[in-house]
Design a protein around this ligand. Structure first.
Ligand code: PMP
Length: 446
């Protein structure tokens, strides 16, 4: 493949943008390809190379790159009518009504502009509502580039995970190993009365895809209820993807107090949202006194794209299609791994998938090939070896992924997320032939 144009664009980018990119994951080595345009389930780069795309914008593009007709014209019409006004529009109401109709825990929604902004606002809301300062997050969880959740460490021994964050932020953030109910009970026994909220992804989506074990979310729900803390599900990735329109909370049958959304709910445009019971969400200004505001919030073009995308998904068999392809891909990968690389694991559910290298530094296996769409069923014969915590996944060989695996897939025309931990996505524009082509590439790369 020729990458001359991308290489020269990257040279230019490096002198005007830090690391040559506007979001760090995009800086693939030795240089990223620059995208010229999308085409269904593919992207075409500046040198004219065509890639089968499983990054899908890191999640927002449920339908792929070609917006189907009702979405396309709604977006174009909104843009043509003047992009935004600083006054409310009907389409915001319609999208909030759509979310309430489908997501069990949501009565009201405040739309913002990114997943990060959603989690910042949800944490502020939970702290104000409970009158407490501490929040609990999962080790290996991700909630955006915000001060309160960029922490590392265990339990109440935490520190900021980035320079530039005062240690006082981390003092208010406690961490738990995902899926460890006993650790959660201990943390609540010690700090329960100070905990404003537990903030967790229903499925860890930024750490190799880790499913909840049976009963884990129920334990968190119970602990929050017993101690007057809020349970906040971060469904920025899983929202309107896992479990379809009901989201992961519908699939798992667990009702959080608040939910953060992003990605798909904006149909490919910048978005975030905080939803939940009216009694809590109405604490936001101007209904309540918890300050929340944004020039671009509820942007009409974004709202139209989100609403029409979700309507399209509701009226067509989008979830059946993408989940079916996801299953085909995970099953194929499971076979390939069993045959060629049994120390690696395929993880995922619905339209999410990833192959994680879970070999220990000493060569022993932390995980074996696991069935697609696993719900961490304790009766499963591979239950003992599939990754259940962020720590299980942490053993993944990131150097191998970045140096060998990712470039090997790229050179065969398959675009995957550039690090070991981030989920990949199947979209509505993908076909069975695309999946089979991807499996051939995996075979070769592995
Ligand atoms: N929460 C989760 C679970 C995410 O995956 C992400 C981003 N991938 C965010 C929050 C932050 O969203 P954004 O990048 O839109 O700020």
């Amino acid at each position: 493949m020729n990458h001359e144009q991308s290489r020269s664009l990257y040279d230019r980018a490096l002198s005007v943008m830090p690391g040559g990119v506007n979001s760090s994951v995009r800086a693939t080595q030795p240089y990223p390809f620059f995208v010229e345009r999308g085409d269904g389930g593919h992207v075409i780069d500046a040198d004219g190379n065509r890639y089968l795309d499983f990054v899908m914008g890191y999640g927002p593009l449920l339908l792929g790159h070609d917006l189907p007709e009702p979405v396309q014209s709604a977006v174009q019409q909104r843009a043509a009518e003047g992009p935004m006004y600083g006054a409310p529009t009907e389409v915001e109401v319609e999208l909030a009504e759509f979310v309430r109709r489908h997501v069990p825990s949501v009565e009201m929604t405040r739309f913002v502009n990114s997943g990060t902004e959603a989690t910042v606002s949800a944490v502020r809301l939970a702290r104000a509502y409970t009158g407490r300062d501490k929040i609990v997050v999962m080790q290996g969880g991700y909630h955006g580039a915000q001060e309160s959740t960029l922490v590392e460490g265990e339990g109440d021994h935490t520190a900021p995970s980035s320079p530039g964050i005062p240690p006082e932020f981390a003092e208010h953030t406690l961490t738990l190993p995902f899926n460890d109910a006993e650790a959660a009970r201990e943390l609540f026994a010690e700090h329960g009365d100070d905990i404003a909220a537990v903030l967790t992804e229903p499925i860890l989506g930024n750490y190799g895809i880790v499913h909840p074990v049976d009963g884990y979310h129920e334990t968190l729900r119970e602990l929050c209820d017993d101690h007057g803390s809020l349970l906040v599900f971060d469904e920025v990735i899983t929202g309107f993807r896992v479990g379809g329109l009901q989201c992961a909370q519908g699939k798992f049958g667990v009702t959080p107090d608040l939910t953060t959304f992003g990605k798909i709910v904006g149909g490919g445009f910048p978005v975030g949202a905080v939803g939940g019971r009216s009694e809590i969400v109405e604490q936001f200004t101007p209904a309540g006194d918890v300050f929340q505001s944004g020039t671009f919030s509820g942007h009409p073009v974004t709202m139209a794209a989100g609403l029409e995308t979700l309507r399209y998904a509701a009226e067509n068999d989008v979830y059946d299609h993408v989940n079916g392809l996801g299953e085909r891909l995970r099953a194929g990968l499971t076979d390939i791994l069993a045959d060629q690389a049994p120390e690696y694991t395929v993880v995922g559910t619905d339209s999410m998938f990833k192959v994680v290298f879970t070999r220990d530094a000493d060569g022993t296996q932390a995980g074996g090939p696991c069935d697609a769409g696993c719900t961490q069923d304790p009766d499963c014969e591979r239950f003992e070896t599939c990754p259940k915590t962020g720590a299980d996944v942490k053993r993944a060989e990131t150097e191998r992924w970045q140096r060998l695996f990712w470039p090997a897939m790229k050179e065969q025309g398959v675009f995957l997320t550039a690090n070991q931990f981030e989920s990949q996505f199947v979209c509505d524009a993908h076909t069975e032939a695309d999946i089979d082509e991807a499996l051939e590439a995996y075979k070769d790369a592995l």
